[in-house]
Write a protein that binds this ligand. Structure first.
Ligand code: IP8
Length: 243
């Protein structure tokens, strides 16, 4: 059973304080991952790492830069967060291995992503837990652009033929306009009213972007909060099922 799990950047960091992890949340997430019995591929977003740097340099998933300083700043911030996630996992004896998308992924001029999955599949087959992260990647004609964790999840879930896909978010699911969790979204229009823009700086599109990318998957995905991460890893489908 292969599970692709995204730990939202806003879950594991303090999104309002630059380059600060939410230590308690990261510990809880690492505890849940350490108890999981499925083969896991973990992807994490940026939260207060990466997004502020990307915004400062005008870099998004579509607008790129050729400036080496900007590239290095964004990539270094994401690698720093990746290192902190890995340390928490290693503390719990999870055989987590960093996989940096900048070293492998690219986009064509139309933005189409190529993210080779063979390395991730082999690491997983050999008993490791690959841990990828949102990053900047080569983009033909643009320099580098942002690759969001959600795009990584979509690409790997498809290429690894994942059995389960989960997005651990700051909210307990996709919320309707009254604040209740929408149990199931099969088409974007089912929840269009509820899917406003992201409240904080997020160069990758907020919840609306997440739902759009998840709807493109062959496997239904779960969006849930940290309180439900263990339940998801135990095989339940908490929060909102998308797809
Ligand atoms: O937080 C984007 O990853 P996300 C990371 O999953 C960067 O959107 C580089 C801003």
């Amino acid at each position: 059973m292969t599970t692709v799990l995204k730990l939202g950047g806003s879950v594991i960091t303090d999104k309002d304080r630059a380059e600060t992890v939410d230590g308690e949340a990261l510990d809880r997430a690492a505890d849940a991952v350490a108890r999981a019995t499925d083969d896991l591929v973990v992807v994490h977003g940026g939260g207060s790492f990466g997004h502020h740097n990307a915004e400062a340099h005008g870099v998004s998933t579509t607008a790129g830069t050729h400036e080496i300083g900007g590239l290095t700043e964004i990539h270094s911030a994401m690698k720093a967060l990746n290192g902190l996630v890995l340390r928490r996992l290693h503390d719990r004896d999870v055989p987590a291995v960093p996989v940096h998308p900048l070293s492998a992924a690219s986009r064509d001029p139309g933005g189409e992503l190529t993210l080779p999955a063979e390395q991730v599949a082999t690491l997983r087959a050999e008993g490791f837990v690959p841990v990828l992260h949102g990053d900047v990647i080569a983009h033909r004609g643009e320099g580098v652009t942002v690759l969001s964790g959600d795009e990584i999840v979509t690409s790997l879930a498809r290429d690894l033929d994942a059995d389960r896909v989960g997005l651990c978010s700051t909210v307990p699911g996709v919320l309707d306009t009254d604040g209740g969790v929408i149990p199931r979204i099969e088409r974007f229009d089912d929840a269009a009213d509820a899917l406003g823009g992201a409240e904080s700086t997020d160069v990758s599109g907020g919840m609306a972007g997440k739902v759009r990318t998840l709807l493109a998957l062959p496997t239904p995905a779960s969006v849930f909060g940290l309180d439900d991460l263990s339940a998801f890893l135990d095989g339940e489908a908490p929060g909102t099922t998308v797809g």
